[in-house]
Design a protein around this ligand. Sequence first.
Ligand code: PMP
Length: 749
Amino acid sequence: MTRSTAETEAVRIARERFGIDGTPSELPGYEDVNTRIDSSAGTSWVLKVSPSTSDLSTIHLTQEAMTAVDGSAFACPQALPTKGGEFFATFPDGSIASLHTWVDGVSHADRGHPQAAAVSIGRTAGEIVEMLSTISTDTVRTDRQWDLRYCVDTIKSLSYHLSSTTQRSMIDTVVDRISTVPVDDLPVQVIHSDLNTSNLLLKGDTVVGVIDFGDARNTIRIAELAIACAYAMLHQDDPVAVASRVCMGYREFSEPSDIEATHLFDLILGRLATSLCIAASVPGTNPHHHDTVDATWELLARLVAADMTAISVELRAAALGRQLPEPDHQPLLEARVVLGPSLTLSYSEPLHIVRGSGQYLFDNRARRYLDCVNNVAHVGHSEPRVVDAAAAQMAVLNTNTRYLHGNVLRYARRLAATMPDHLDTVFIVNSGSEANELAIRLARTATGRWDLVCIQDGYHGNTSTLIEVSPYKFDGPGGHGRQSWVHVLPSPDPYRNIRYSGPDAGANYRIDAQRMLDDVEPAALIIEALPGCGGQLVPEPDVVAAAYDSAHERGGLVIADEVQTGLGRVGAAFWAFQLHDVMPDIVTIGKPAGNGHPLAAVVTTSAIAQAFDNQMEYFNTFGGNPVSAAIGNAVLDVIHDDELQENARVVGTALVEGMWELADRMTPIGDVRGSGLFIGIELVNDSESREPAPALASAVVEYAKAHGVLLSIDGPQHNVIKIKPPLVFTLDNAATVVAVIGDALDSTS
Ligand code: PMP
């Protein structure tokens, strides 16, 4: 039957059998055909036509359930009799029609899944369970697919419809867990059985209506809470916390027993897996069925990657009204001793991150965090095209550059093609440090000189030589100070050094650099065009060129350290040095190149590479291996295909603008600067004196973390909030960051 015929038919049935008249409109339905009918007087009803396979006792049970909850805190539809006084009309083909009152309201789903509704959702589920407990029934529904008591059977019988191995393996994990649930020992009663977010109507954050009792059945009682939790957890940053609040509300009306609480989480997983398997088995386009599928996979992937035992314990406690257990990182913290004490962890309460996807990270409780820190995951955490390229090549071959192989050549050519023409020779290595170390060897060999020039507060890597050209380290705690062969130019910080701000900045820097390098014969200057550890600086025009010139004029080379800034991050250019009118002799690339896989590179001129060929062979065991090169190529593909450089420009610009708007009303924001998605926000205690505010910066970072946004701090005074997220960051993400920093500053002032 086409929809319009169905609607005409519905109007006819409503008139002839139920004595009401009105205009029809379509409503979603699973097996039933549901039509809304609006009378001219403003009354609305739902006419439900159930297929001939429906059995009358099931429909009777539905109506009994609706009657039983009449008088509860929320509205729900009530069945209206036919002209002949029956509660449903039957037809010769076996189909059945019933007419229900219309319940007005906007569903939780249509309201955008507000997490604040969680307690009310729980209360509603609890109240329904309480009110339906009075029904005693012999009705056994024949449709067992949606009965959570039989979820293992349903999932096992349908999972073959899933085509993706990742999806199947998630479902297998769920089946392993839920197979042990002792369903026969769980208390049974009639429940609504489908408290999904489309069936809960809200006013504000309160459930004021419950619709669709068509799934009501006699089954395990705890399924009501499990189903309410499963759907309330969709689209949430912290789904386990939301489920805990659903439990809290539920307990106001109904207290789960110990065994029910123990298996609550398993049954939540069971419901999620059931709905995914059923969706996969129904290939049609019924939106009612497929709407929530993506969100359900997303949630399931998070839960399966998380510490499911801990989540189960947490939800059991919530269901029993007990104090929730604190996250316990102690075992891992103690085990970390094996890594030595010099590695520090981020945040006062460390994070245990178990999964990443796009611009998000997920902890072991499936909580989602917006990642503004990991510039390494350049094209997004676990980017599928990168993962696939790595897995495919790993499965075939991984060797080294002593054999001919196309991957490394293609990668080297593609990298060189992004550079000025003279930079045509590429060395592939494994880390930013290794790239800078090799760059220094190249410069020293090519110039026959030893001395190096760097910039105040610069950081270039963790090897002995690189610490010696990293004032951020050698001048910091545990550092040994400056070596005699190292020469340090001033930080080109326009906010803190008045000489390097404004129209004279370049000229002033030129004078100062010339003076400082007066009698120096450097092998090279190593410099970031946008200094990162120096405080996410954006030097004034001509300042970087002045630094370059100071080295070039003395016969030295310039190494552009693009480890933080390269591959499109800065938006307006592919490489940060291109933001300035300069020509490096050597460019080093690291962090983002392999999207998390250790891949880095040095790009230089053929003349420098020739000079390096001095009989001492250069070999790098891992550098340029076929797997790394395949990954590097995939990263370049994604940057190009998804136009991520342009995205960095658009989103970065919006973020900086948003932060400046915030700065207008928030005095601790002393400066906002950046290019693309390489941004720094400098916090000060006083906008006049510009006294750095490191404690405030830490407080903001902790607040943001508690609200699901990961930020970090840098700069010599530890007062610059650093933002360098995966380039898949969206405008919404940028708005979230601005809002959370604003709230953090509000809450600390
Ligand atoms: N150069 C810069 C500018 C860096 O920020 C870093 C790392 N923070 C490095 C080099 C060293 O890179 P890696 O840690 O990969 O050795």
